[in-house]
Design a binder for this molecule. Structure first.
Ligand code: UDX
Ligand code: UDX
Length: 440
């Protein structure tokens, strides 16, 4: 089957590579020429090693290629997946201009094609977008009728950065929201080799399933942060508390790690977008308000711990370890490192930062702070440090590195270090929701 994927970003390339792996012929269309070149030489425009390995193989075998001519690619294919970005506007509403731009190209391509194609919306869009924006645009520009001459589905993605290919090949569920039965049947059949429960529904429900999922994940994190903030003040270690609470299958253990808050290209944006969509219907979501407010407060929680150990920050040299929105990726979209560093600077600290992968991206948004070329160099002469992203290499820091600090104080902003190991290596350990346990 010939499959076209519009948008060679995280989602588009994970989708394209997945269908390539399943034996289909894939064309990735992107308006960004440098991305197209990069894909055609087997390189991803971001850091995701297992996906890149598979991409290389498919490009070499001739089963995946990238082009800038979206309309041509659509014309040639049976399925068209729209995977362009849907970023936040300052109001919290999503910017659907990239979706409209891609839809325009698809609509014009449909005008000149004879066969029945299935158009699939994969980008995260608020409920109602596929049936009330995308569908009329496609019908108007193509002069054809949805459900008769072409099909339209909404098929959200649930992949996590760092495990994009694995999450695409083995998802927890596949949601097929279709305007017409025929396109839903065709899309479900395309996914037949992927072992996962298939949920058949309408496009609006499919759009809402994505938001219901991501806002629940965000709720779990804000809940964990709230419990952790209280635990620390009560002299209780939140790790054991959350672990034990999570043993109840109704709660579940995953996504209960407290820290400096959730970042990334999806969770913060999706919570704001759903809140804005609800507001447009006259509904104020107090839950979404609260979980965003908790998230905003977490970097300050980390700084409070630091000040507890090192005193006022004016003139102090503070090391920030990890700038990506989480360990293992080079993505800095909505990273909590930005509010963290901004607040440290507002309090007069001299910030020195390090990240194994995301430094170049971060320098472009915060060019004026000092950068170190390794974690050891970052800690050298520091009056304290905050771990902002859970990179595995930070776990290996020990006496050699901590002894070079002017004041060996480590604030674990992701609860990813072993408190006992840090203390054994001669540094003072503080963490979000941490209190040394007694009587264990
Ligand atoms: C994805 C989803 O699609 C988004 O809805 C979700 O909420 C977050 O993840 P992502 O894959 O991360 O977005 O986007 P990005 O890495 O920005 O890639 C999108 C690509 O689409 C870019 O390369 C851009 O050039 C391309 N694009 C955009 C087109 O090819 N055509 C357009 O008309 C618009
Ligand atoms: C997320 C969703 O997990 C995925 O299903 C969706 O399709 C896209 O958005 P991703 O953006 O890759 O994936 O990030 P994720 O691993 O969910 O982490 C998001 C943020 O939450 C990170 O900043 C991370 O550090 C933080 N987090 C995560 C916590 O603070 N605690 C946790 O327990 C888990």
């Amino acid at each position: 089957m010939k499959i076209c994927v519009i948008g060679a970003g995280y989602v588009g390339l994970a989708t394209g590579v997945m269908f390539g792996k399943l034996g289909h012929e894939v064309v990735c269309a992107d308006i960004d020429e440098s991305r197209v070149k990069s894909v055609n030489s087997g390189r991803l425009p971001f850091h995701e090693p297992p996906l890149e390995k598979e991409l290389k193989r498919l490009v070499k075998a001739g089963s995946l290629r990238a082009v800038t001519d979206t309309r041509g690619a659509v014309r040639d294919c049976k399925f068209v997946f729209i995977c362009v970005q849907t970023p936040s506007l300052p109001s919290g509403r999503i910017d659907i201009n990239p979706v409209k731009a891609a839809t325009r190209e698809v609509g014009r391509a449909l005008r000149r094609s004879e066969d029945y194609k299935v158009i699939v919306m994969k980008s995260t869009v608020v409920p109602g977008t596929t049936d009330s924006v995308v569908k009329p645009m496609l019908e108007r520009l193509s002069g054809r009728k949805c459900g008769v001459h072409f099909g339209l589905c909404m098929n959200p993605e649930f992949l996590q950065e760092g495990t994009a290919l694995e999450d695409s090949m083995e998802p927890a569920r596949i949601v097929v929201g279709s305007e017409d039965k025929r396109s839903g049947d065709l899309l479900a059949a395309l996914y037949r080799p992927v072992k996962a429960p298939k949920v058949r529904t309408d496009p609006r429900s499919a759009e809402m399933i994505k938001y219901a999922s991501n806002t629940f994940l965000a709720t779990k994190i804000s809940y964990a942060n709230e419990i952790a903030n209280m635990c620390e003040r009560f002299g209780i270690d939140s790790e054991q508390v959350l672990e034990a609470a999570g043993m109840d299958p109704r709660i579940g253990r995953l996504f209960l790690r407290p820290g400096l808050g959730f970042g990334g290209s999806c969770l913060p944006k999706d919570v704001r977008a759903l809140r804005d969509r609800a507001r447009s219907e006259g509904y104020r979501s107090r839950l979404l308000d609260a979980l965003l407010a908790i998230n905003e407060g977490q970097p300050v929680e980390g700084i409070r711990l630091l000040e507890k150990a090192v005193g006022p920050l004016r003139g102090k040299r503070i090391a920030v370890l990890g700038l990506a929105f989480k360990g293992g990726v080079d993505d800095i979209r909505e990273t909590r490192a930005v509010p963290l560093v901004t607040e440290l600077m507002a309090r007069g600290a001299r910030v020195v930062a390090y990240d194994p992968m995301a430094m170049d991206n971060f320098i472009s948004v915060m060019p004026t702070i000092e950068y170190a070329s390794s974690a050891a160099e970052c800690l050298n002469g520091a009056d304290g440090c905050i771990v902002q992203a859970d990179w595995p290499e930070f776990k290996r820091l020990g006496r050699k590195e901590f002894s070079k600090m002017t004041n060996p104080v480590v604030v674990d902003g992701r609860r990813c270090l072993d408190p006992a190991a840090v203390e054994k290596a001669g540094a003072r350990y503080l963490g979000i929701g941490y209190a040394p346990g007694r009587g264990k």
